[in-house]
Design a binder for this molecule. Structure first.
Ligand SMILES: CC(=O)SCCNC(=O)CCNC(=O)[C@H](O)C(C)(C)COP(=O)(O)OP(=O)(O)OC[C@H]1O[C@@H](n2cnc3c(N)ncnc32)[C@H](O)[C@@H]1OP(=O)(O)O
Ligand SMILES: N[C@@H](CCO)C(=O)O
Length: 391
């Protein structure tokens, strides 16, 4: 079936429905795009996988887009299912009576371009029948959002009622505001930033070099060889995970205690080292190193102001609702980055989430996220009713 919506204006080619690839969650649907115009090139073919919950209203005015973070996926809520690596990462967010209430809302979550959950990435098969590997082009947060716009077209959604996400998901949410303000009625940007800062780029470089320096990475062409850069990916996750948690949390949880049954003076590990080993192993079991490199670079090059003027030019002209939230103990996306966004928009204070968990607070503090989303959805409906002169 060919979809004829023309809002995916940058491409002359139509959007087609297709079967999701085997690495996608079985609950996913998929579309295929051709000749996708990236910021720095063209991808001849892109498959985009996504999940939905609830029913789209006849006027398509009840659609919400949930944006996942770096190693998340479209499976926002639900069980892992057979063969699936992840259970839902924002439990209790979507469903009847939940903050994204499927009795009134239609919720969409897209697997990101460049990732490893069915949407085309470096591990996908290119049109020539070989893995993309090192040939996969640099893709940006803007490119990620471009293919999401194609999903909106395929579903018949002119404008999202709300786009929300944390971390890299928040980068996409604010990019929707910057790139498609008329297609985004409201955005909720949590623990994120309008542009990557030097500190984030620096941590990203160390992680990328950990992977690319692993001999098994083979310049990015390890797919199909039976070897994977697991050592490099595990090292990258250790570096990243330490930045995702607060020093106070790590100190409080682990102190300088040895891991049970091990002696650091005799070559054993500290408890915190064992913890990071465990986190590394978990990620290696569920994520692709090439996608990790790709997405880390996409985050490093994130900047909603590129070619668009100042941040105030970009966000100050937005007529929808931009709500910004930060985690008070986040050392990777510290509160001032959220304050910068909120100030450029000019109308709303930053909502501060209280957590000892640092950046990962946006995932761990589900009660606070649920309350924030519930309040934001209520405010959006109230704004819409006011605009329509109802009630
Ligand atoms: C709900 C899910 O399944 S989400 C999975 C998909 N992930 C995503 O979508 C990305 C976002 N998610 C994440 O990044 C993470 O899963 C988070 C942030 C949400 C939660 O992180 P967690 O790892 O669950 O939290 P936490 O820091 O408390 O770690 C707990 C784990 O560390 C282990 N651990 C704690 N101390 C130690 C130690 N000294 N040595 C070894 N392991 C340890 C625990 O046994 C536990 O293991 P388990 O997760 O295998 O049960
Ligand atoms: N724990 C999160 C952090 C990135 O924001 C993830 O793995 O996606």
């Amino acid at each position: 079936m060919t979809v004829t919506h023309s809002r995916w204006a940058t491409s002359a080619s139509p959007v087609e429905w297709c079967a999701p690839p085997p690495d996608a969650n079985p609950a996913c649907r998929a579309i295929r795009l051709r000749d996708v115009p990236l910021e720095t090139g063209v991808l001849p073919e892109v498959v985009v996988t996504f999940q939905t919950w609830g029913r789209l209203a006849p006027d398509a005015g009840n659609a919400v887009l949930v944006e996942h973070a770096l190693t998340g996926d479209s499976h926002v809520v639900g069980d892992a299912g057979p063969g699936q690596p992840t259970a839902g990462w924002w439990p209790g967010l979507i469903g009847p009576g939940e903050p994204l209430d499927t009795r009134s809302l239609f919720v969409v979550a897209v697997n990101v371009l460049g990732g490893c959950r069915g949407t085309t990435g470096p591990g996908s098969i290119a049109p020539d029948g070989r893995h993309w590997g090192s040939r996969f082009p640099h893709t940006t947060i803007r490119d990620q959002v471009l293919v999401e716009a194609a999903v909106a077209d395929a579903l018949g959604i002119d404008a999202w009622l709300l786009v929300l996400g944390g971390s890299m998901g928040g980068m996409r949410a604010v990019e929707w505001v910057a790139g498609y303000p008329d297609r985004t009625d409201a955005a909720l940007v949590i623990a994120s930033t309008a542009r990557a800062c030097a500190d984030q780029i620096a941590w990203g470089q160390a992680q990328t070099l950990a992977i690319t320096g692993d001999p098994a990475y083979a310049g990015g062409d390890y797919y199909g060889t039976g070897r994977t850069p697991a050592t490099g990916l595990g090292l990258a996750r250790r570096i990243a995970h330490a930045t995702y948690r607060s020093a106070a949390e790590l100190n409080g949880r682990f102190g300088s205690e040895p891991q049970l049954g091990e002696d650091p003076l005799e070559g054993g590990r500290f408890a915190v080292e064992s913890y990071l080993d465990h986190q590394a192993g978990k990620l290696v079991a569920r994520f692709d190193a090439g996608a990790y490199v790709q997405l880390t670079r996409a985050m490093a090059t994130h900047d909603v102001t590129r070619g668009r003027g100042t941040l105030s030019d970009v966000l100050g002209s937005y007529r929808g609702l931009l709500r910004v939230a930060a985690v008070d103990s986040d050392r990777l996306f510290p509160v001032p980055l959220s304050e910068e966004m909120a100030a450029a928009y000019g109308d709303e204070p930053v909502r501060l989430m209280r957590s000892d968990h640092g950046h990962d607070g946006f995932l761990v503090e589900t009660d606070q996220v649920r309350a924030l989303v519930r309040e934001t959805v209520a405010d959006i409906w109230a704004r819409r009713h006011r605009r329509l002169g109802v009630g």
